[in-house]
Design a protein around this ligand. Sequence first.
Ligand SMILES: *Cc1c(COP(=O)(O)O)cnc(C)c1O
Length: 450
Amino acid sequence: MSTPPTNGNGSSSTSKPSNPLKRVDLDGHDLPPSPAPSSPRNGRRRYALATELVYTESKDQYGASSVPIYQSATFKQSTAQGGQSEYDYTRSGNPTRTHLERHLAKIMNANRALAVGSGMGALDVVSRLLRPGDEVITGDDLYGGTHRLLTYLATNMGIVVKHVDTTDAEGVRSHITDKTAMVLLETPTNPLIKIVDIQTIARAAHEANSKAIVVVDNTMLSPMLLNPLDIGADVVYESGTKYLSGHHDIMAGVLAVNDTELGNKLFFMINSTGCGLTPNDCFLLMRGVKTLAIRMEKQQANAQAIAEFLESHGFRVRYPGLKSHPQYDLHWSMARGAGAVLSFETGDPAVSARIVEAARLWGISVSFGCVNSLISMPCQMSHASIDSKTRAERQMPEDIIRLCVGIEDADDLIDDLSRALVQAGAVTVTLDGFHATGAAEEVGKAPLTA
Ligand SMILES: *Cc1c(COP(=O)(O)O)cnc(C)c1O
C-alpha cells in the first residue's frame, strides 16, 4: 500500500476532517494497554499530582507494568473496508502514544493531550491555526526558537507578529484588536525570569476578541507547578525535552486543550504532517514523567539554595523564589513553585565567560530540566538566534548567566560555583568569606524593577 488507508482519523484529504475521536474509546475500556481512564472529566477520584504522575492502569494481556513499545507503522485490519480497529497507521495513532497522551491529559488537567517530536514541533502545530493577515501578540523575552519560528511566519506567511512587554497586562490589552488571532505567553520568561499574568491577559484577550486563542508555553514550570488551562489558556504546549522527560535523552513536545474542536484541529495537523512522537520516545517520555515530582522537588530546593547563596554574596539574582523578585506575589498567585532556572549578572560578559568556563560540575549547555546542572550565557547560546540589535532593544544583558539546576548535592554545586567565581575574579575573598566585586558588585546594588 503506497498510502495509508483512510480511516476516519483525519487522514482523508477531504476538506472537513471527520471526527477523529469517533472510534476512540474515551474511557479506555477496550484499548490494548491503556492508562487508567485519565481525563479529570470522567469523575474518577483524583489523587495528589505526585501520585497521579506514577499511577497508571494497564489492560495489557500479560499485565506488563510499563507500556509496551508498539514499534509498528501499520496495524492489520479485519475486513477489506479497513477502519474497524482503532489503529491502522502510526502517523494517525499508536497504542504507546495513546497511553502517553491520556496520561498527559490527566496530569495537565486537560480533555485532550497530544505528543509530538519536539517543543518547537508543538508550536508549529499550533501556528498552523493561523491564516495570512492574522495577528499574534507575544512577549519580547521569548525562547530563541520561538522567536525564530515567529519571525519566519511574519516574513513568509503574512502573519503579523507584535512583540510587546507581556509583563504589563494592561499594555497587552491595548494591543488586542479584532485581527488578533493568538496571544502567545511564556512565564517565567527566560533568561530575564519575568513573570506574565496569564489570568488577566487571557481574560482581556477573550473579552476583546472572543475568537482569539490564548496559548501558553509552560516549559519553564511544567504541569508540576502550573496548569495554564485552569487559569484561562486555550492551548498549553511545552517541550517534553525539558522537565517532563528530565534526562536530556529525548526530544519531545506536548500540547493540551480542553476544547474538543480545537483538539481535533491540532490532531488534524499532526496526522497530516506526521510529527507525532515515535513509539520509542513515547515510552521514554512516559518513564520520565513518572519521576517529575521528585526531580522537580529536589531541583527547586537546590535552585533556592543557590539563588540565596548568590544573593547573599552581593550578586543580582533573578529567581521567583526570592522575595527580591519584583513580581514575587504575581508568580505565587499562579504557580505552585519557583522552578529550577535562575539567572544572575556580573556586569561584564568577559567575567561571565570565565565563570562559565571555570565551572566543572555545571555543564556548559543550552536547555534545562535535566537531572544534572547546566550553566550558560543565553545571549551567546540559546538566544543567539535573536540578533544582537534586538537583544539590545529588549534590554537583554549580554553578561547574564543562566543556571539550570539539577538534582546533585546542593553543597557540591555551591562549592563548584564558588570556586568558579573566585577563579574568574568575580569576587574578592576576605577573612569573612567573599563578596561580588567590580561591575558585579555595582549591578548587585541596583535592585530589579518589574
Ligand atoms: C526548549 C524550549 C522550547 C523548545 O522545545 P524543543 O523540545 O527544544 O523543541 C520551547 N519553549 C521553551 C521555553 C523552551 O525552553
